[in-house]
Structure formats: C-alpha cells, structure tokens
Write a protein that binds this ligand. Structure first.
Ligand code: SF4
Ligand code: SF4
Length: 84
C-alpha cells in the first residue's frame, strides 16, 4: 500500500501540506479537481520517501490526505527530526 494518497475531490490547493512535508515530496500537479482547484500530488518516484509522519495529514484543513502504514525503517533510522 502507498504510504500516502490524496482525496483529490476534497483538495482546495492551499499547499499547507507542501509547506510542512519534511521530505519535500508534495508538489502541485497539473490536474484540477471538479471544484476547479489545482490539486497536489507525490510523484511515483518519490512515494517511497514518504515516512507516513502525518504532518501533511494533520495540517490539511479538508481531510484530503490518506496515510498508509508507516514505512518500515532500518535500525537507527528515524523518519524526521521530531523522533530523534
Ligand atoms: S506523511 Fe510526512 S513525509 Fe509523507 S508526504 Fe506527508 S508530510 Fe511528507
Ligand atoms: S493541505 Fe489538503 S487541501 Fe491543502 S493542498 Fe494539501 S491536500 Fe490540498
């Protein structure tokens, strides 16, 4: 399962998720949803970089982000500075 997925119909393109992602993998896509908002995405090549830290999901005002299970990490590896 992907670590992250977007409910594009709910996205309002506020870009808050993009701002808080410690991996900087959330970008503006070329797609608009039915409401006319330009939605965000994580490129397939960057999906594995997502640590499921949930920063994006917590900040999203429209509950548009779905997170899968935390990425399994090697011993000693941390997802972001807050866990160190
Ligand atoms: S869960 Fe964390 S690492 Fe993954 S896209 Fe969201 S903010 Fe970035
Ligand atoms: S925070 Fe939510 S509504 Fe805003 S751009 Fe990200 S997914 Fe869309």
């Amino acid at each position: 399962m992907r670590a992250i997925a977007f409910r594009e119909d709910r996205c309002k393109g506020c870009l808050l998720c993009m701002t808080v992602c410690p991996k900087q993998i959330i970008i503006v896509s070329n797609r608009f949803n039915k409401a006319g908002y330009k939605v965000v995405e994580v490129l397939e090549k960057n999906v594995d970089k997502c640590t499921s830290c949930a920063a994006c999901a917590l900040v999203c005002p429209d509950n548009a982000i779905i997170l899968g299970p935390r990425k399994r990490r090697k011993k000693g590896e941390v997802a972001d500075a807050r866990e160190a």
